[in-house]
Design a protein around this ligand. Structure first.
Ligand code: ACK
Length: 317
């Protein structure tokens, strides 16, 4: 190996459909770090996929310095899954990649308002008005004024997420970690599902541990996922119900008194469910409860959820 190329640990096949010259990217601040990777904001010139803008702000996914081969394989897989799935307005779309002559950079759409969970908390009625400066994005537009983020807007968020999930399910993609923290808020408050291409090792005991925010990801899991590690689009529908609950509570923590997977499972198998949030209409709570049918086949499909929210939005207008 050429010592000058020593930092190039891997070689990737060139995919000319997606490859972007590295010089066209100008990396900026770190948006966040996950388990294996890092997401950095960047300016991109002349992206072939967004010709309407000379310069676009994008998000670039990469592995951290201290990564393993498995971490790199996960990033490659995530990129390949995104290529296969194709585009939809309600998902974070792949824009391209830099895979030659340096570290692998996976370029995806940038969502200026960050994750939905924090967005909801910041825009709770009565919350102090804030600008989205914590994500490092110079955003001179104020967030939605609190009085404007009412049930109608929340219902539109739920509708858009159902549309994104309907698309992913139609492309045979199971998310496995659908939650408000994994939905990003884009320009015009368009909801975009993130991290759907992540390979999740379900055997991994890490999954049952608290995440960096001290939240237990098990609280979004369907009973069959908890019990038998069984995942399909109908277990995503269960998680969608919990996400709906998060939306209608402006980002509250689900099941605040439950501390373990065992406790959660016995709560659910005895037929207990979270109560109707105060700001939630009965028809939306009915949908939430349908998502929480113990039997996965009794839950609505994402297509049915799209239809339900369409009807609810029509009634409201
Ligand atoms: O919740 P956040 O502030 O928003 O922290 C996470 C972090 O990076 C790790 O995933 C942020 N992030 C990820 N992808 C994007 C994106 N496409 N646009 C904006 N922020 C992103 C995310």
């Amino acid at each position: 190996a050429d010592p000058a190329q020593g930092f190039n640990e891997y070689e990737f096949p060139l995919d000319s459909n997606w490859e972007i010259p590295r010089q066209q990217l100008n990396l900026g601040s770190i948006l966040g770090e996950g388990a294996f990777g890092r997401v950095v904001m960047a300016e991109a010139e002349g992206l072939p996929r967004s010709p309407q803008l000379a310069e676009t702000i994008v998000a670039v996914k990469m592995v951290k310095e201290e990564h393993t081969d498995t971490d790199m394989a996960s990033l490659v897989r995530e990129m390949e899954v995104m290529k296969m799935i194709g585009k939809h307005i309600n998902i974070i779309n792949l824009l391209g990649c830099c895979s030659q002559g340096g570290p692998l950079w996976v370029i995806v759409e940038f969502a200026p308002h960050g994750n939905l969970k924090d967005f909801l908390k910041q825009n709770r009625p009565g919350a102090p008005q804030r600008r989205s400066d914590s994500d490092g994005y110079l955003d001179d537009k104020p967030l939605i004024p609190a009085q404007q983020l009412g049930e109608k807007e929340l219902t539109k968020f739920a509708f858009q997420i159902a549309r994104g999930m309907e698309y992913l399910a139609s492309r045979r993609c199971i998310h496995r970690d659908l939650a408000a923290r994994n939905v990003l808020v884009s320009d015009g408050y368009v909801m975009k599902i993130a991290d759907f291409g992540l390979a999740r090792d379900i055997q991994d005991t890490e999954y049952y541990r608290k995440n960096t925010n001290g939240r237990l990801p098990i609280k979004w899991m369907a009973p069959e996922s908890l019990q038998e590690k069984k995942y399909d689009s109908q277990s995503d529908v269960w998680s969608y119900g919990v996400l709906l609950w998060e939306i209608m509570t402006y980002g509250d923590q689900p099941y605040p008194n439950i501390l373990s997977a065992e406790e959660l499972y016995s709560y659910l198998i005895t037929g207990q469910r979270m109560e109707k949030p105060a700001k939630c209409s009965l028809n939306i709570y009915v949908v939430m409860r349908q998502c929480w049918h113990f039997e996965s086949c009794a839950r609505p499909t994402f297509t049915e959820l799209v239809e339900s929210f369409d009807a609810i939005l029509q009634q409201a207008s």
